[in-house]
Design a protein around this ligand. Structure first.
Ligand SMILES: [Zn+2]
Length: 445
């Protein structure tokens, strides 16, 4: 092993000015959550490239260390996935958005998600491995041994990854339960110029109160009702933030049209009273739009629960009158000032909120079914991991020195999807280290 005589390019274990300290917002921040260092950042895939004008660390980017290798399809034909991105108006990748939004992150775990190596017991760092796997559309490559933040609110990559996992779980649970015994409930409040955080907290309090009412318990008794609740919010120029709650209601029998109408009326009365109590009369829901209850149709409930989130949803929406959070993130990544402000508000407002709430009662049939499905999905994911080929292992000291730079990660992944081996990866690292030493020497003189 070669001695390493360079300083780390970026220090993820200390507050870093280079990384552009925590973004501030009017909502205030709590203490930084410790990095939990979970395995498998499946989103740290493919090459990443900073957006023009967006900060991704403060150092000037390193020159290209390897040629832009095209992806080799298992069938033999060669394509370059980045060609699509170069087309005018084409959406940028989720990794590019994550890089651009790092300086706006509210916590260190979000800022260094998919970059900092895992922390081992004893304070050491894990080495980073590079893998590749053949897929129908080409080779996929990524890193393991890196920390992931798991934030459903502040990290575009984790938002997409978690949404995919949760929708997979929800779809399996619903299909086992029987779609015909599931209803989709949407609860909204009248718009008001209220800050996001207090509004969503009051909505949660209203929902909690609703569950404790005698009328709700009657619903539970009559229909064996259990539910999964999701929280979502959109933003519009006219009405500012608009949080709304969705719930999938799991019943013990197929409800008739009369049952649905009766339940809808009960929910409206309860929700109206809860909103007046906790948010005030001016937010009281209207009869026309406050409560919606209908049969859960396949393909629709996943989107309604805010789980239909893919990289494609992160498209630019500059100047739009109404925007989803993914659109705001894409706008912020491109440097749109209004979107940057909204993205900061969003992170502050949703921090600590639960994206999806499942029942936890010991006698809950839904909890039991969820646990069963989770075990099955975990086993399926483990078998998928076995299909990965480990190409190279990068010592954490070397990763700490240069692996944190987006250009270096991109170069490594380019080499791996282009058929390179451990030696080629080491060449990239060596070139980067040499370049880094040269730059440090230039700065010192
Ligand atoms: Zn993350």
């Amino acid at each position: 092993m070669r001695p390493l005589a360079v300083e780390p390019a970026l220090a993820w274990d200390q507050p870093s000015e280079r990384a552009g300290g925590p973004a501030s917002c009017s909502g205030g921040l709590g203490p930084t959550r410790p990095q939990d260092g979970r395995l498998e950042p499946a989103h740290a895939l493919l090459a990443v490239r900073p957006l023009p004008g967006a900060a991704s660390g403060s150092l000037p980017p390193l020159p290209r260390l390897s040629g832009a290798l095209p992806v080799t399809q298992p069938g033999g034909s060669r394509v370059d996935p980045r060609e699509d991105r170069r087309k005018v108006g084409a959406p940028v990748s989720i990794q590019e958005i994550q890089e651009a939004l790092r300086p706006l992150a509210q916590t260190r775990s979000v800022r260094w998600c998919g970059v900092a190596p895992q922390r081992l017991t004893g304070g050491e760092y894990a080495d980073v491995t590079v893998w590749r796997k053949a897929k129908a559309e080409g080779w996929e490559a990524g890193f393991t041994g890196l920390q992931t933040c798991g934030s459903p609110w502040g990290c575009p990559c984790c938002m997409v990854k978690l949404a995919a996992e949760r929708s997979e779980l929800l779809e399996r649970v619903v299909s086992r339960w029987g779609l015909e015994r599931v209803l989709m409930l949407t609860l909204t409040v009248r718009h008001g110029p209220v800050l996001l955080k207090p509004m969503r907290e009051q909505m949660s309090a209203a929902w909690k109160w609703l569950q404790q009412t005698r009328e709700f318990r009657e619903l539970v008794r009559r229909f064996g009702l259990e539910f999964v609740r999701a929280l979502e919010a959109t933003w519009s120029e006219e009405n500012s933030w608009h949080p709304h709650a969705h719930a999938l209601l799991f019943l013990d029998r197929v409800p008739s049209a009369d049952d649905v109408a009766w339940m809808k009326e009960r929910f409206f009365v309860l929700w109206h009273e809860a909103v007046v109590r906790f948010l005030g009369a001016r937010c009281a829901p209207s009869r026309a739009h406050g409560v919606d209850l209908r049969e859960a149709s396949s393909g629709r409930y996943v989107a309604k629960m805010g789980l239909e989130l893919a990289g494609a949803a992160f498209k630019r929406a500059r100047g739009a009158k109404s925007m989803s959070v993914a659109e705001i993130a894409a706008g912020a990544a491109e440097g749109d000032e209004a979107c940057v402000k909204l993205w900061k508000h969003w992170q502050c407002g949703m921090r600590g909120a639960k994206a999806l709430s499942w029942p936890t009662r010991a006698d809950s049939k839904l909890r039991e079914l969820r646990e069963e499905c989770e075990k099955e999905l975990a086993a399926e994911r483990t078998s998928k991991l076995a299909a990965r080929e480990v190409v190279a292992t990068i010592r954490h000291e070397e990763w700490r020195a240069v692996g944190v730079l987006p250009w270096v990660r991109e170069a490594i992944l380019d080499v791996v999807v282009g058929g390179g081996d451990a030696g080629d990866v080491q060449d990239v690292i060596d070139d980067a280290l040499a370049e880094w030493c040269r730059r440090r020497a230039t700065v010192a003189t």
